[in-house]
Ligand binder design. Structure first.
Ligand code: LLP
Length: 437
């Protein structure tokens, strides 16, 4: 998919770059991102919304992969950006991302983060709870600013990827509950506060979702709430944000819809519902993360050791693991892999791919068919663009890999591989201990 293909040397090639050459030039493990495919995904969202005729914002959920070059792409594609911490906000600002297109999320924004975001003049806060609402109003007052907000509400729809549960979401650390009246009271409160301008509400029902029904159920819930608020409080929402969560294909059996179909289902549902309630159609915002960058990423590893336990399993170890991709260990996520240096060869054996961390749970893939694997082979694991670099760690003091963007035969480093200096850079030996000369 994307610009991936097998070249005449039998090597996996991405963005016109031979992965074996990339591995030689930049070392492994290496995150390789297909820039054209990232931009294509961005455009799929923007074009599908344009086709709906509604006003919209597509905000890339930067938590999926937040580096300065990515912020540049998001800006160039005319999208907005969702941040959830001072670190993500800082990254966006350093990349020159237009502040008015930044939305700030999170269930526990610190006073420091709120101050920083107000000073930067970001476009919108997604307010999660009452404590935050009052803190935001107070800090905005001190700074003589008025801030725009959405309320994060729990729509009472929770997606467990394939099923939806329409109750039970009350027990969530995020947002104001509709059913128990706390969302209503939040709106009541917001209109009283002098430094707050309420634009509307936000709902996010989960992640890696394939069906459209959950989003439609969320729209139903949101319009019911919006109509109630209009009738009782005379407040009309101008923005409805339906969050992210659009699924992607990691392995066979994953059945996401094309982006345009999610957008169509959402915009149609918005149009129908709001017309039915005789409500002026609001601006629609969404926040895709995974579906913008997930399938653009491929991680290249060098195969090191292997161990065959006859009749049981063959473990093949690579030079990365849970430090660059914690998702299999955390969520039992599944991935596909191929030998990038022998991409034309027939699969001959069933192996399991182990990482190099001192931990039995550090397995990247249980059971994958590959050609007969040798030390030195180059393994490519696909669909690693989202929540991989973003969730990488230095466990075992392993250095985080570099990230390269490939496009039209050019490879650009967008994140340098960490150095040993980075590893000890924040360490301090107390003065009372013998110092290193
Ligand atoms: N908006 C909000 C409010 C969110 O909480 C999230 C994800 C998104 C948007 C973007 O969702 P996406 O389109 O990427 O599914 N670390 C996990 C995923 C955590 C998602 C958290 N929130 C993973 O690796 O699967």
């Amino acid at each position: 998919h994307g610009t991936s293909m097998i070249n005449d040397k039998g090597h996996l090639q991405i963005g016109g770059c031979d992965t074996q050459q990339l591995a030689q030039q930049f070392g492994t493990p290496l995150y390789v991102m297909d820039e054209a495919l990232i931009r294509q995904r961005c455009r799929e969202y923007v074009e599908a919304f344009r086709a709906s005729g509604l006003k919209f914002q597509v905000a890339y959920a930067s938590k999926a992969f937040c580096v300065m070059a990515m912020c540049r792409i998001v800006e160039e594609e005319g999208m907005s950006l969702d941040v959830v911490s001072d670190g993500e906000l800082y990254t966006a600002m350093q990349a020159g991302f237009p502040a008015e297109r930044i939305h700030f999320h999170g269930n526990n924004k610190t006073p420091y983060e709120i101050g920083m975001a107000i000073d930067a003049k970001i476009g919108c806060f997604v307010v999660d709870n009452m404590v935050e609402l009052h803190m935001l109003n107070a800090i905005a007052g001190e700074k003589r600013q008025k801030v725009k907000i959405l309320f994060r509400i729990t729509p009472g729809v929770e997606a467990h990827t394939h099923e939806y549960i329409s109750t039970g979401q009350t027990d969530s650390k995020f947002g104001f509950d509709i059913d128990n009246g706390s969302a209503f009271r939040a709106v009541q409160q917001a209109v009283e506060l002098p430094n707050i301008e309420l634009l509307g509400v936000h709902s996010h029902i989960g992640s890696q979702i394939f069906e459209v029904e959950g989003f439609q159920m969320a729209v139903d819930k949101v319009i019911g709430f919006a109509a109630n608020v209009r009738d009782e409080l005379n407040v009309v929402f101008s923005v409805i944000n339906l969050g992210g969560g659009f699924g992607i294909r990691y392995v066979e059996g994953d059945t996401p819809l094309p982006v345009a179909q999610y957008v169509k289902a959402i915009t149609e549902s918005i149009k129908t519902n709001f017309t039915k309630f005789n409500y002026p159609t609001p601006e629609i915002w969404v926040e895709p993360g995974r579906s913008i960058v997930g399938d653009s990423g491929t991680t290249l590893y060098t195969v090191g050791t292997y161990k065959d336990i006859p009749g049981v399993r063959k473990y093949v170890a690579v030079d990365g693991g849970m430090t660059d991709n914690p998702r299999p260990a955390l969520y039992e996520s599944r991935y596909e892999a191929m030998l990038a240096n022998r991409a034309n060869e027939e699969n001959e054996e069933l192996v399991s791919i182990a990482g190099k961390c001192c931990e039995s749970g550090d397995m990247l893939i249980w059971d994958v068919e590959l050609p007969k694997v040798e030390s030195g082979d180059l393994l490519a694991v696909s669909c690693t663009g989202a929540y991989n670099y973003a969730m990488a760690s230095n466990y075992n003091r392993i250095r985080r890999p570099a990230v390269v963007f490939v496009k039209d035969g050019t490879a650009d480093v967008v994140v340098e591989r960490e150095s040993f200096e980075d590893i000890v850079g924040n360490d301090v030996i107390p003065a009372r201990m013998k110092q290193v000369s």
